[in-house]
Design a protein around this ligand. Structure first.
Ligand SMILES: Nc1nc2c(c(=O)[nH]1)N(C=O)[C@@H](CNc1ccc(C(=O)N[C@@H](CCC(=O)O)C(=O)O)cc1)CN2
Ligand SMILES: Nc1ncnc2c1ncn2[C@@H]1O[C@H](COP(=O)(O)OP(=O)(O)OP(=O)(O)O)[C@@H](O)[C@H]1O
Length: 204
């Protein structure tokens, strides 16, 4: 019963936070994206990155793409999350280069097309990424996260519960997506740090 209440609360909170970010004006969005990327560029974890994934924003998500020219200049290999066509709620990480053919997926998010993504040489296993920039719907000051609710990242990162390679996870969001505290679920994979347009929170 308690967990049922928690699910309802979580859904309501998710809806509220998604509404918050959609309410931002274009000007606020542009400013937030610039501020976010300025902070990201000074983050040691990002400065060390060689194989990094980021996302193309939808529905008011903070935009990490102003980072792209800087990353390309530094010869960082850049990957995007792609909905895996064979396995529900799993992600592939596919190379994002200037010539990568793009289509919209069923959520309206641009991603590399299936033919390109299906080729092994255009993908990297998740464990081989060194850095992931993860989109958040909500976060708290201890870097706990709430995502879209599909469990896409949690499933794709489940290998991190076991010993072995562990990429750096950097959550990003608008400052208005911060809440006092979020419930931690057993399957949640912890982020090292959350960066917003205004703050940077490290896991304690
Ligand atoms: N920009 C971006 N790309 C991303 C993610 C993300 O959060 N942001 N993902 C992070 O996981 C993955 C996609 N996950 C998603 C999960 C749910 C919904 C979504 O909009 N769900 C709708 C209803 C879905 C439907 O049409 O049936 C909803 O919740 O209202 C979108 C993306 C991979 N790519
Ligand atoms: N490793 C996993 N294996 C199987 N199911 C999982 C795993 N991780 C999460 N899930 C399932 O995914 C669903 C969504 O989880 P949750 O509400 O935490 O989403 P989220 O963290 O907001 O989403 P996302 O990971 O897409 O950002 C839950 O019902 C959970 O049971």
């Amino acid at each position: 019963m308690e967990s049922l209440h928690r699910d309802v609360d979580k859904r309501a909170l998710r809806r509220f936070l998604r509404h918050q970010r959609r309410a931002l004006s274009q000007h606020e969005q542009r400013l937030a994206a610039q501020r976010l990327c300025k902070q990201l560029k000074s983050l040691p974890e990002i400065r060390r990155a060689r194989r990094l994934s980021l996302y193309l924003p939808v529905n008011g998500e903070i935009d990490p793409t102003p980072l792209l020219p800087w990353l390309r200049q530094r010869n960082v290999d850049i990957y995007l999350p792609v909905l895996c066509p064979f396995s529900a709620n799993r992600l592939w990480f596919v190379a994002y280069r200037p010539d990568t053919p793009m289509v919209k997926n069923r959520f309206g998010i641009w991603e590399p097309d299936v033919r390109f993504s299906a080729q092994r040489r255009n993908r990297l296993p998740t464990w081989a990424l060194d850095t992931l920039i993860v989109p958040l719907v909500g976060f708290d000051a201890n870097a706990n996260r709430m995502g879209m609710g599909g469990g896409f990242y949690d499933r794709s990162l489940a290998f991190m519960h076991r010993p072995g390679p562990s990429p750096t996870l950097i959550g990003v969001a608008h400052a208005c997506q911060q809440v006092a505290s979020l419930p931690v679920e057993p399957w949640d994979v912890p982020l090292q740090v959350v960066v917003s347009d205004q703050d940077c929170f490290r896991r304690q």
